[in-house]
Ligand binder design. Sequence first.
Ligand code: GLC
Ligand code: CA
Length: 541
Amino acid sequence: MAKAFKERVIYQIYPASFKDSNNDGWGDINGIISKLDYLKDLGVGILWLSPVYESPMDDMGYDISNYYKINPRFGTMEDFDNLIVEAKKRDILIVMDLVINHTSTKCEWFKEAIKGNPKYQDYYIIKEGKGNKAPNNWDSAFTGSAWEKIENSNKYFLRLFCDTQADLNYHNENVILEVEGIIKFWLDKGVYGFRCDVINSIYKTSLENDNPLKLYNKGTKFYQNQEGMFNVLKRFRNDVLSHYDTFLVGETGAITPKIGTRLINENCLDMFFEFDHIYADKSKILPIFRHKFSAKKLVSALFKRQLEVPYIANYLENHDQLRSVNRYGNVDKYYNESAKLLATLLLSLKGTPFIYQGEEIGSLNYKEISINETNDIAAKMTFTTIKKILRISDKKARKLVNETINRDHARAPMQRNSNQNGGFNDGNITWLKVNELYKEINVAKEENDENSILNFYKKVIKFRNESDVLKFGDFLEGKASNSLNYFYRRYKNKCYMIVLNFSPKKIKFNTPLDIKLLISNYKINDFKYLDPYFAGIFEVL
Ligand code: GLC
Ligand code: CA
């Protein structure tokens, strides 16, 4: 039997926004349990939970203060155990987020390190400043220096993200052992696997200055994809993971096909998320600048990875990305069709598909979100930085941030019905404002509409779950363009052709092949022309 992670569709839950069971404004574990039947019905077989550990929530749980505790906002350890049991009853597996590049500065290890406790001193990357400057010129991924000064000293600690996310030191054997303990603890609880946060940055080979001529000196060449990372991941595999039926999916920015292939072939990760395709509508060098979406860019980047690495995790959305229909679809004229096209693309590629909560109902970005209403730390830090560096007005800075990086667009409470707060809860407050469109876009409405995006997702997921061609077939490249796109999947003696019209125009379609339509977003039987945003899966006879 194939492994579960190769056969099932994975669904990402952002716990703060999925379902609030006690009306305190925050989504919670009991809320997730109450929606397991919905998820089962959707057809997903694995749930990845963004972090639910104890955390001050400066970066929404990606700043963990205790890896062995559940954040009280989300519930108790008992609730979590109950989630595993209830999910198992429905044959659903639970995946945790493993955030081990850094801990919160509220973590006991960090507090002890600062106090000078010899056991913990070397857990983090702490260095003397150079005169009254930071140890090197690296910038944080969220802008600003990557170093934070420790009070009453000339020492700094490295933090590649926000000022309370201290990077761990993987040159220290004890750090590796701590993480192995954490992995074992959750696997013994019945967790199926882990999504590993910024995993290809964990090993810092050197702390040299980055090229000072660059505008943005992240220093990535000294810590991304290092030999030391391969070694640490091999340790996790040999010491712990190999004793369980489990898997790891890595979040790996700036990954080359060569490194990706090594990660899989050397059994460091089972799959990974690549980032090339997300630059189809924004600048790679300065991602704050949006440019015109190119379907050709998006599809060719996806094709490239299909061909170049042995196995891949496919996604169009997650909690860090803006909504895909806004980015790659056509909200004004072909909202329904283009959302379904994206569903067809995601679910018919080779590899494991990841759906992000709300994607299955075609959720959209906020129309308006001010900086005061914004919670996302990265958006707030970037707002301050670009205002200063680019010398632009609040209005302009907010526009840039909201168009490309404000992660709150995807973090809005899940829209479940047209009641107050979109049915996310029955209370008066929500931790983040509800999207303006909740009355038009919500689960209840779509459940009752045969032609809805949600029902289309259900149909395609079911089709995939039952199709060896989509689950296990080879990928054969066809064509990537700003209008007609196609590719093939082949398994044993069966072959499917996936056809997507990524344009608002009706286009000509000629194929010498004898094909039969299996699924599509239009009810048609003539394929000489493809309607705007047409998407279909055909069998090649
Ligand atoms: C990853 C997470 C993101 C977080 C960052 C730091 O990119 O997906 O949400 O802010 O790592 O942990
Ligand atoms: Ca709650």
